[in-house]
Design a protein around this ligand. Structure first.
Ligand SMILES: Cc1cc2nc3c(=O)[nH]c(=O)nc-3n(C[C@H](O)[C@H](O)[C@H](O)COP(=O)(O)O)c2cc1C
Length: 403
C-alpha cells in the first residue's frame, strides 16, 4: 500500500491523517494541550505574528542551512524533541524516529517516559541521541539511569524542569472525551472496541507485534521490572528536578547538559550559573500551565540575557520551516519539533517523520533564499518584525531609527 506521507504537504495534513489512523483516546493523549488550550493555541499564533523583512535582489547559487548544536553539526536548525510513549501512537515508535532523525542529519531527544529501551533506540540511531531525564525516583533511581544512558552512548542529557505536578490534558467536552487502555488484557480490550473497530491499520500493527504492554522502560520498580505507563506517569510527579539537583546531575554526567522549560531571563541566568550548556525556551507545547506565555515573545529577553554564554534553543508552536527561520533570526541556535513530527509519526510511522523532516529542510532552504541570506548564521533580528507590544530586539530598534 502506498504510504500516506505522499499526501502530506504540511503538519496540518499530517494531523488530519493521524486522527484518522489512531484510536480517539490515543490521538487526544498526543494532541493534548491543557486547561482551555489557550497556551497551545497561542504558541502557533505567536509564530504567525512575526513577519519577515527580506533583502531582495539577492541571489546565491547555494544556501547553507546547516548549524552546530552542542558540538554536533546538523543539517538544519531543527531537532526532534522528547515526546513520551511514541510507541503507543505508532509501532515504529522511538526507534523509527531515531532512524528518521539520523537520515535527516539531525539530533533526536528521547523522552524520559519512552516505551522503548534506550539500547534499542541506540541500535537504530545513526545520528546523535540526547536523553531527557524525568527524575523518576529522585537521585537514587536517577544515578543508575544516567549510568545506563551513558553506557548506551547517549550524547547529551536534558532535564525538563516545567512539570512539578501532573500535566492534565485539556478540558474536552464530556461527550468528546475518550479514555486510553490502562493495560493490555481482555477487559480493557472490550472497553476499547468502540475506539478501534474503525482503526484497522493501527490495531493490526499492534496485534502483529504481539500486543506489547505500554511500559516506561527506563522507570524501574524495586524488583527491576519496567513500570507500566500509568505507574511511570504517577512517579514523575513524586519528585521533579529542582535547581539544587543540577549540580548533583553535573557530578554524574560530564557531557552536554540542557535545561528544558525556561520562560524567563532570570531562570535562564540561573541555568547558566548551575552549569547548563544549553536551555530550551519552552512551555512544553502548552501541555503544562495553561495561560503561560508563548515562547517567541520571551525569546528576545532570554537571548539578550544569556545568548553569549550558552546555546538557546526554543520550541512550542513550530509548524513550518519559516517558523524555524523566525526563531533563528531572534537568536535561537535551533528549534525543537514536537507535534510537527508527532502527527506524521502517528499518520505514517518512520516514513512520515522522514517526510516531514525533508519538508522542513526544503522550507527552511527556500525561506532563506527568499530572505536574501546565504547562510543561516547570517540571520539576525533585522530580518523580522515583531508585534509592537513584544519586547523589541536591540538590532531592530536600530533599524527603525535609521529608516
Ligand atoms: C504528547 C506530548 C508528550 C510530550 N512528552 C514530553 C516528555 O516526555 N518530555 C519532555 O521533555 N517533553 C515532552 N513534551 C513536550 C515536547 O518535548 C515539546 O516541548 C513540545 O511538544 C513542543 O511544542 P509543539 O508540540 O507545539 O511543537 C511532550 C509534548 C507532547 C505534545
Amino acid at each position: 500500500m502506498k504510504n500516506i506521507s505522499s499526501k502530506i504537504l504540511s503538519v496540518e495534513d499530517a494531523r488530519y491523517f493521524a486522527k484518522k489512523r489512531v484510536p480517539a483516546g490515543i490521538y487526544q493523549m498526543f494532541e493534548a494541550g491543557s486547561g482551555s488550550n489557550v497556551t497551545a493555541e497561542d504558541n502557533v499564533k505567536a509564530f504567525e505574528a512575526v513577519r519577515f523583512r527580506p533583502r531582495n535582489a539577492v541571489f546565491h547559487p547555494e544556501y547553507d542551512i546547516s548549524t552546530t548544536v552542542l558540538g554536533h553539526k546538523i543539517s538544519m536548525p531543527a531537532i526532534v524533541s522528547s515526546v513520551g510513549f511514541l510507541a503507543t501512537g505508532h509501532i515504529d515508535g522511538e526507534a523509527g524516529v531515531a532512524r528518521a532523525a539520523g537520515k535527516a542529519g539531525t539530533i533526536q531527544f528521547v523522552s524520559g517516559v519512552t516505551g522503548t529501551p534506550i539500547e534499542k533506540i541506540m541500535e537504530a540511531a545513526t545520528g546523535p541521541v540526547f536523553y531527557q531525564l524525568y527524575y523518576i525516583g529522585g537521585r537514587d533511581a536517577s544515578a543508575p539511569i544516567i549510568e545506563r544512558v551513558k553506557k548506551a552512548g547517549v550524547s547529551g542529557l536534558i532535564l525538563t524542569v516545567d512539570t512539578p505536578t501532573i500535566a492534565r490534558p485539556r478540558d474536552l467536552p464530556y461527550t468528546m472525551r475518550r479514555s486510553v487502555p490502562y493495560t493490555v488484557n481482555f477487559k480493557e480490550a472490550i472497553k476499547f472496541i468502540p475506539q478501534i473497530w474503525n482503526k484497522p491499520a493501527w490495531t493490526w500493527d499492534f496485534i502483529k507485534a504481539g500486543l506489547p504492554e505500554p511500559e516506561v522502560s527506563m522507570g524501574l520498580r524495586p524488583d527491576g521490572t519496567a513500570m507500566s505507563l500509568f505507574e511511570g506517569i504517577a512517579e514523575i510527579y513524586k519528585e521533579t528536578p529542582k535547581w539544587e539537583d543540577i549540580p548533583w546531575v553535573r557530578k554524574h554526567w560530564d557531557g552536554p547538559l540542557i535545561i528544558k522549560g525556561i520562560l524567563t531571563a532570570a531562570d535562564a541566568k540561573r541555568a547558566v550559573e548551575m552549569g547548563a550548556d544549553a536551555i530550551v525556551v519552552s512551555n512544553h507545547g502548552g501541555n503544562v500551565l495553561d495561560g503561560s506565555v508563548s515562547t517567541l515573545p520571551v525569546l528576545t529577553e532570554i537571548v539578550e540575557a544569556v545568548g553569549d554564554k550558552i546555546e538557546v534553543l526554543v520550541d512550542s508552536g513550530v509548524r513550518r520551516g519559516t517558523d524555524v527561520l523566525k526563531a533563528v533570526a531572534l537568536g535561537a541556535k535551533a528549534v525543537l519539533l514536537g507535534r510537527a513530527y508527532l502527527y506524521p509519526l502517528l499518520a505514517a510511522g518512520e516514513q512520515g517523520v522522514s517526510h516531514i523532516l525533508d519538508l522542513f529542510h526544503q522550507q527552511i532552504y527556500e525561506g532563506l533564499a527568499f530572505l536574501g541570506a546565504q547562510s543561516i548564521d547570517d540571520l539576525d533580528p533585522s530580518y523580522v518584525e515583531l508585534p509592537a507590544h513584544w519586547r523589541q530586539p536591540k538590532e531592530s530598534r536600530v533599524l527603525e531609527a535609521v529608516s
